[in-house]
Design a binder for this molecule. Structure first.
Ligand SMILES: [Zn+2]
Length: 107
């Protein structure tokens, strides 16, 4: 059954998208550091390095890049994610932009 998007869904999507787009690399570093202090460094599953790079958005270098993960049976829709990349081997870890931006913005 095709997904019927209501006006309410669209408003929520717009709010989430705007919030996700507003997260800066500095915001993410603060978020990430807080969790690493609490749980230990994030270690790359492939090479065991704990040095991660944060790619920038092409249109705004101070903001974190966002990638879209396709959602099955929902053409044209996807989950937004912030990628961080292992500096040693290139392994990519993604964080759900909706969740991370909500934590950062205190929503
Ligand atoms: Zn690695």
């Amino acid at each position: 059954m095709p997904h019927q998007e209501s006006d309410k869904d669209k408003d929520v999507d717009d709010i989430n998208s705007t919030r996700s787009m507003s997260v800066t690399r500095e915001d993410f570093v603060e978020f990430f550091t807080k969790y690493e202090k609490k749980h230990g460094d994030l270690v790359c599953p492939l090479c065991q390095s704990s040095v991660w790079g944060l790619p920038s958005r092409e249109d705004s270098p101070e903001h974190l890049a966002i990638v879209t993960l396709p959602i099955p049976f929902s053409p044209g829709r996807g989950m937004w994610a912030y990628p961080i990349i292992c500096k040693e081997c290139g392994y990519i870890v993604t964080f759900a932009a909706n969740k991370v931006s909500a934590v950062i913005k205190g929503v």
